[in-house]
Design a protein around this ligand. Structure first.
Ligand code: UDH
Ligand code: MN
Length: 376
């Protein structure tokens, strides 16, 4: 009797499993055909419209071999880029669809990225990879209106090799993020002590002379994001992007760390009187900026620790950028110094403003540290 009942139960279970398999199979088939029909539709419409578009003078270039490109992102953008073309025989010029605002979460992101610095990099290669970037390292999404215009500012001296990798990785990432951006390399001329924060102040001022930027992202030249969901635009509060670097074991080294890559809107930047000009040599300037932010009633926001990951290109300490021994004292005094030292008191001299295909270089003289007071 119990055997019989056991048999029946087993039979029912088997039937249920079979039924589940069948349902699963049907769903899979529907999805499969749906994806394929979309693919054919898009390829077909691209082929047709592509011919029309090139006739009307528009050329769209899809670079599937670009770093981290996916076929999915290619399909996602291909259709959106195409202008609406009227039927043959109608002689009115083709109209373009009104451009929609860019989505909050760009559809072509790929998430975690493979970042390595073993392969040789050349500027020619990076240029070929990025035909859509216009002179001076500018890009505007062709298929949507970005809310903000972002200037990316990089403090620089003698790091040409790092710059190639930075451009190689960042241009495609920013493009997928649908950022409307320009890249500004601020080169400190001469061999005096390096001054990162002052160069960043120069970058802010000069970028604004070039275009109407709303948002400023300040990045070291050797830091590459490992996840394209770390979106390079500005937020309600000053943003710290590089929160999990490989060199710190993918963790924040301390709670108030604000180094590497950070971003402030124009309003946020002006509220803190920009960055300090008086930190010569390595260290402290990022802590001073953090103090300025909190002292002015703002707080630093950060991405999720799984997303804010970065690789830093390995390097030795540069010449003329030795650790600044005054930094510990100085960061105790931000409250007093921030009003008299900042964007309001910035002085410098531009000796070159040159637009290259993938970036704008601004070479500046920023002076030198004041003589150390003699201690007897
Ligand atoms: N920078 C230059 N040229 C310089 C110095 C600094 O371009 O001569 C810029 C560059 O954008 C760099 C940034 O300033 O990424 C910050 O400087 P850094 O990379 O030297 O700072 P980090 O904290 O260096 O990475 C710490 C020294 C590590 C020495 C480790 C030795 N094993
Ligand atoms: Mn570094």
């Amino acid at each position: 009797m119990t055997r019989l009942m056991l048999g029946r139960t087993l039979e029912r279970i088997c039937k249920a499993v079979l039924l589940l398999c069948l349902v699963h199979f049907v769903i899979m088939m529907i999805l499969y055909f749906d994806v394929y029909s979309q693919r054919f539709d898009q390829i077909f419409s691209r082929f047709n419209n592509g011919r029309n578009a090139s006739r009307s003078g528009h050329h769209y270039y899809y670079n599937l071999s670009r770093p981290n490109a996916t076929y999915a992102s290619y399909l996602a953008t291909a259709d959106q880029l195409l202008p609406t073309v009227r039927p043959e025989g109608n002689h009115t010029p083709p109209t373009t669809k009104p451009i929609p605002p860019c989505p909050e979460i760009p559809p072509g992101l790929v998430g975690r990225l493979l970042i390595e610095f073993a392969s040789q990099m050349t500027m020619e290669r990076v240029q070929k990879e990025n035909p859509n970037v216009t002179e001076g390292g500018k890009y505007t999404p062709p298929d949507c209106r970005a809310k903000q215009k972002v200037a990316i500012i990089i403090p620089f001296r003698h790091r040409d090799n790092h710059l190639k990798y930075w451009l190689h990785y960042l241009h495609p990432i920013l493009r997928r993020q649908k950022i409307d951006y320009g890249i500004y390399i601020i080169t400190q001329l001469g061999e005096e002590t390096f001054n990162r924060a002052k160069l960043l102040n120069v970058g802010y001022t000069e970028a604004l002379k070039d275009a109407e930027y709303d948002c400023f992202i300040f990045s070291d030249v050797d830091l590459i994001p490992m996840d394209d969901r770390n979106l390079y635009h500005c937020y309600d509060q000053p943003r710290h992007f590089a929160i999990a670097m490989d060199k710190f074991g993918f963790r924040l080294p301390y709670a108030g760390y604000f180094g590497g890559v950070s971003g402030l809107s124009k309003k946020q930047f002006l509220k803190i009187n920009g960055f300090p000009n008086e930190y010569w040599g390595w260290g402290g300037e990022d802590d001073d900026i953090y103090n300025r932010i909190t002292l002015n009633g703002m707080k630093v926001v950060r991405p999720d620790v799984r997303i804010g990951r970065y690789r830093m290109i390995k390097h030795e300490r540069d010449k003329h950028n030795e650790p600044n021994p005054q930094r510990f004292n100085k960061i105790q005094n931000t409250k007093n110094t921030m009003k008299r030292d900042g964007i309001s008191t910035l002085t410098y001299r531009v000796l070159q403003f040159k637009k290259y295909p993938l970036y704008t270089n601004i070479s500046v003289e920023i002076g030198k540290p004041p003589p150390r007071p003699f201690r007897g």
